[in-house]
Write a protein that binds this ligand. Structure first.
Ligand code: THU
Length: 132
């Protein structure tokens, strides 16, 4: 699938964002290795700290559906400047693919593509837990 298409899914998900407190709407779309797309949006709460980011919403939805092998994630917000996943989401994404492709774009802006290992270098993961 083209990343432009994955971004379209992310923009669709953005419409469902529930962000009445920050008014910062985010949408994400995860692409699995077999071409499946699972989307997420941020979901805020009156108890602010319970809010969930779009990226983790997408990951948890995917895993609950039995999808755990991801090739790429597209992340978009309602703002002009592109949004990269926050630190917590980087760590959660890293669990499933340390080299995940990350595509970001603002509305009407040229997409930027990077890799999760650039966003989260020298990361901690399941390999670190292995006994030697
Ligand atoms: N947010 C995301 O959904 N993803 C990010 O990568 C950055 C932040 C959400 C969390 C909160 O609902 C709002 O954006 C403002 O931080």
């Amino acid at each position: 699938m083209k990343y432009a298409t994955l971004l379209e899914y992310a923009f669709q998900a953005l419409k469902n964002s529930y962000a009445p407190y920050s008014r910062f709407r985010v949408g994400a779309a995860l692409l699995s290795d077999d071409g499946e797309v699972v989307t997420g949006c941020n979901v805020e709460n009156a108890s602010y700290g319970l809010s969930m980011c779009a990226e983790r919403t997408a990951v948890f939805r995917a895993v609950a559906q039995g999808v755990k092998k991801f090739d790429a994630i597209a992340v978009v917000s309602g703002k002009v400047n592109p949004v990269y996943p926050c630190g917590a989401c980087r760590q959660v994404l890293r669990e499933f693919n340390p080299r995940l492709t990350v595509v970001v774009a603002g509305p009407g802006k040229k997409p930027l593509t990077t890799s999760l290992d650039k966003l989260l270098p020298k990361s901690f993961g399941k390999e670190s837990l292995r006994r030697r």
